[in-house]
Design a protein around this ligand. Structure first.
Ligand code: BTN
Length: 258
């Protein structure tokens, strides 16, 4: 990847400092380690990952030369309970950036899956360090399948995963996508700091394909079935159960039922 080409298109604070590797275990792990001596907005980006991590302990397929693997270091100083807001914010930023640079009709599946034609094209893994009162460090890990082809995906996920190339039939340069994601993240992070949480939530609601659908959500040991009604101010999903009760879910694995 041509990091100078990425840097030349950076417009805000996020991405001003960028560290590039040919390979790492996981960019999130490197970012968590580097965070102490690094400015807010610094970005770790790698051409491949040997131990790419997904949510819920899953692994993230990260072959070289094809996709985007990067982690953004932020110090949001918001309540720990509002961590989902960070993921929601970055899902909004990635969706805008991908729609603009690829023309694909990307939609967000709660909380963080970037979907096209009901297949997953990208994902976000947010990891935080907190005090009791606030999030002192948030690492937003973003993985986007850009030029992978169907045969490059392991068989278990081939039916559920896709890439920009798979959807458009064309190869895409990764650099403009990376800079647009960073510029959009900068834009939405400023919205968060201006105290306009509601604007982020309503933009997410506009970009999602989850709300208004019957869903199954596994959260820890529990599985809930119901109607995905809304997300609240902290980014929690509100599911209306068949009993009429509304469950507030902070994080979990969601399946949209057809
Ligand atoms: C998900 O499960 O949907 C989240 C996937 C997040 C993958 C990205 S790739 C860059 C960063 N480093 C990691 O190890 N994971 C995230």
């Amino acid at each position: 990847m041509d990091i100078d080409a990425v840097k030349s298109e950076i417009k805000g604070d996020i991405g001003r400092e960028m560290v590039f590797y040919d390979t790492v275990g996981s960019t999130n792990t490197v970012a968590l380690e580097l965070a102490e001596g690094t400015e807010e907005g610094a970005v770790v980006i790698s051409d491949s990952q040997e131990k790419g991590r997904g949510r819920l302990g899953r692994s993230w397929v990260s072959p070289p030369g094809l996709n985007i693997y990067m982690s953004i270091i932020l110090r949001p100083r918001i309540e720990p309970a509002h961590v989902t807001l960070i993921t929601i914010l970055s899902a909004v930023a990635c969706t805008h950036a991908l729609r603009k640079t690829t023309g694909l009709a990307i939609a967000v599946k709660w909380p963080n899956d970037l979907m096209v034609s009901d297949r997953k094209l990208g994902g976000i893994l947010t990891e935080i360090k907190t005090t009791r009162k606030e999030i002192v460090l948030a690492v937003i890990g973003i993985g986007i399948n850009v030029n992978m082809e169907a045969g490059d995906f392991p068989e278990q996920i081939r039916m559920m995963a896709t890439s920009v190339k798979n959807e458009t039939g064309k190869s895409f340069a990764r650099e403009p996508i990376v800079s647009e994601i960073l510029n959009e993240t900068d834009r939405w992070y400023k919205v968060l700091h201006a105290g306009q949480k509601k604007e982020i939530i309503s933009e997410w609601q506009r970009l999602t394909s989850t709300l208004g659908k019957q869903v199954l959500v596994t959260a820890g040991q529990e599985t809930y079935y119901g109607l995905a009604e809304a997300i609240d101010d902290g980014g929690m999903l509100l599911v209306r159960l068949p009993t009429g009760e509304t469950k507030r879910i902070n994080s979990g694995d969601l399946t949209v039922l057809k």
